[in-house]
Write a protein of this length. Structure first.
Length: 338
């Protein structure tokens, strides 16, 4: 599905030693095929970022960005002027924090699958090196999209139609140990709403309880868990919310006790639709962990068959280890004998 880019403006932000400098582009960027491809890459990169938070504009916080955005949508303020006002707010907020940031601040209004979005992202710069035909070293600067950390996306359609849900804005929570989430919430003038991790965990609990009550055998449970995971993974990829009624259609065999009715009867604290936390739902189909120099990961369906766990002795027994690992172990043992 193609992305329809409406507006695009890029500014430059450079903060070093507690001093933020902004360099504003003079006008909007012309929308062409190259721009469309770039925004499509940015859109999919943003969708693929794990650990997002969800929020809404708050009257108790700085309302400059929200007001400017609403004025733009009401044709009272030009897109460039909206980005100018927002960038000045970003400079003020960034000066309150100890971390330095240098990169291009991107504002893009685009449409994807009949939904209007406003993406605001700060993309850092990465140096790349190459060898010229004369065998000299050359360098060039590229936008490091894959490492995007400062970004938020406003679902303009949901802002119009579902503002009361308080989750029409998503943002990347950022690296551990940095107040990136706080910074972007303050910049936008938002308060965090629904928690994807918490909702995903409630959904997992409801699914497991439902599967147990239906008395499916192990194979059926594994198949249904995989179907639920695939559905949730698709939601993460597309950036869509998971829907309880669609989950019910995935889980229910017949109409005796559909999953949707089960959730209502058991009073799970689960929204009718909610953003998915991929790491949380992955635990539905895979066990993994690391510590003390050991990293282990295996599909849940293998537990009790190829993988045996003994709680009393705190041990795992793996039958049929991966061929590449087996080869490494065999070669190591042979060398030890020499």
């Amino acid at each position: 599905m193609a992305i329809d880019v409406k507006k695009l403006v890029v500014h430059y932000v450079d903060k070093k030693d507690d001093d933020t400098q902004i360099h504003l582009r003079n006008d909007e960027m012309a929308v062409n095929e190259k721009v469309a491809v770039f925004i499509e890459q940015l859109h999919h990169a943003y969708n693929g970022k794990p650990g997002k938070g969800y929020c809404a504009f708050s009257g108790d916080k700085n309302s400059v960005v929200a007001s400017a955005m609403q004025s733009y949508r009401n044709d009272e303020l030009g897109f460039w002027h909206m980005t100018e006002q927002a960038t000045i707010v970003l400079k003020e907020e960034l000066n309150k924090y100890a971390f330095n940031e240098t990169g291009y601040l991107i504002f893009c209004h685009y449409q994807y699958v009949a939904t209007d979005y406003m993406l605001i992202a700060m993309i850092n710069i990465k140096e790349h090196y190459s060898i010229t035909s004369e065998l000299d070293l050359a360098s060039s600067r590229h936008l490091d999209i894959s490492r995007m950390q400062l970004a938020a996306r406003i679902d303009l359609t949901a802002w119009d139609t579902q503002a009361e849900d308080n989750r029409y804005i998503s943002f990347i929570k950022g690296r551990a140990g940095r107040k990136v989430a706080d910074f972007f919430l303050d910049f936008l003038g938002c308060e965090e709403g629904i928690d994807p991790k918490q909702q995903s965990q409630v959904m997992l609990s409801a699914v497991e309880d439902y599967l147990s009550e239906q008395q499916f055998d192990k194979s059926e449970k594994d198949d249904l868990r995989k179907q639920v995971f695939d559905y949730c993974n698709d939601c993460v990829t597309t950036g869509e919310d998971a829907n309880v009624s669609e989950l019910s259609a995935t889980l229910t065999k017949g109409d005796d006790n559909p999953f949707e009715s089960f959730c209502k009867e058991q009073s799970y604290d689960l929204e009718e639709s909610f953003p998915v936390d991929k790491k949380t739902v992955t635990s539905m189909v895979k066990f993994s962990g690391l510590g003390g120099g050991v990293s282990i990961s295996f599909e849940r369906k293998h537990l009790g068959e190829r993988v045996m766990y003994n709680d009393a002795t705190d041990t795992l027994v793996i039958k049929g280890i991966p061929p590449n690992l087996k080869d490494q172990l065999q070669r190591f043992m042979e060398n030890e004998k020499e």
